[in-house]
Design a protein around this ligand. Sequence first.
Ligand SMILES: [Zn+2]
Length: 422
Amino acid sequence: MASEQGPVRPRASLLVTGAAQVLTCAARAPDLVGRIERGVVAIGGDRILAAGSAAEVEAAVDTASAQVVDAAGGIVVPGFVDCHTHLVFAGSRVLEYAGRVQGETAASLAARGVPVGISGTARLLRQASSEELLVQAHERLRHMLACGTTTVEAKSGYGLSTAQELRMLEVNAALARSQPVGIVSTLLGAHEFPEDRSREAYIREIVEEMIPEAARRGLARFNDVYCDDGYYTVEESRRILQAGLEHGLKAKIHTDAYSRIGGCALAAELGAVSADHLNHATDEDMASLREAGVAGVVMPGLDFAVGHARPVRARRLLELGVEVALATDMCPGCWLESMPFVIQLACRQYGFAPAQALRAATWGGARALALEDRVGSIEPGKQADLAIFALPTFEDLAYRLGRGRARTVIKDGAVVHADPGA
Ligand SMILES: [Zn+2]
């Protein structure tokens, strides 16, 4: 029964105070970032209870027994949602990168015995134990968390056989159990073609064995395909994505990175959750994504790492009303853990406003994972995933180049990272 003073206020377990700005990135924020000057966030258990001025939060929530986290004049943002990564892999391709930045070709690198490309990483992965994969991915996740990321999508794609692809997804499941960052698992059997089987034999294996088994064992939420010139054709991609849909795996697509073969139209036709890369996408392609509600995932770090000759026209995506997400594309060809660095690149290289970049790194990422009801903004009922940066304004995230360490990260209502020197 409610008391005579009105309904009982929910009790906060944790209160974030002392912020210069809280950026809620709420669904309908007119300024895109939901800026609250000197805002306060109240958390109950693993959920957000309220965000607003100190007086508004005090009126809505009982804060008497809450643990207090002092933002010390910094900014509070939703934990970043890094919606496109190849987190699990073995070793590195540092020698390839060092050669390529000097203009060395793939053929020359291969002649020197340097592992090159997806098939180079696939060979390294087959030689690595699952324990080794887990340890190496943990190290990357630790850096991602330290830069404010609380949700990471992780794709398979270096196994190129049913057994090895499922092993990668099992590593994702082990990562989800063993550290705080939320892991969203994607099957990407169609990343490349294996060297020991015909094209058709491998596609049949993906459709008839890999997808049904990954779905039956609950190892993946999404099914992805690399639809581009030299990789999977539109017709092959359709077969693979449709097989996933029949088994309850939502569709994602890598497309238009190096050519334009119709991947955006396919994404729209199949109602994919996202279409990723998009360097060659035309206005017509972008409009088709908007009409079908497909999020566009853009990765300025990848354009930077490969010195892409045709950077994504990412501002055009925004102008045409596509829901845009930013991601690291963390992979052996683009070793990038920091979402603040992605925001810095998006502003300088793509001409995003800082507000557009912050929204794309939080709310946009959640949309590209169909998780916008749970993560990506600071709104009542959502997971209490926050990052605090020792910066006076959110625009400083874009401005202070190379800065990216979070002071404090909160995941599911618990402080999981504290870096007083950041
Ligand atoms: Zn990718």
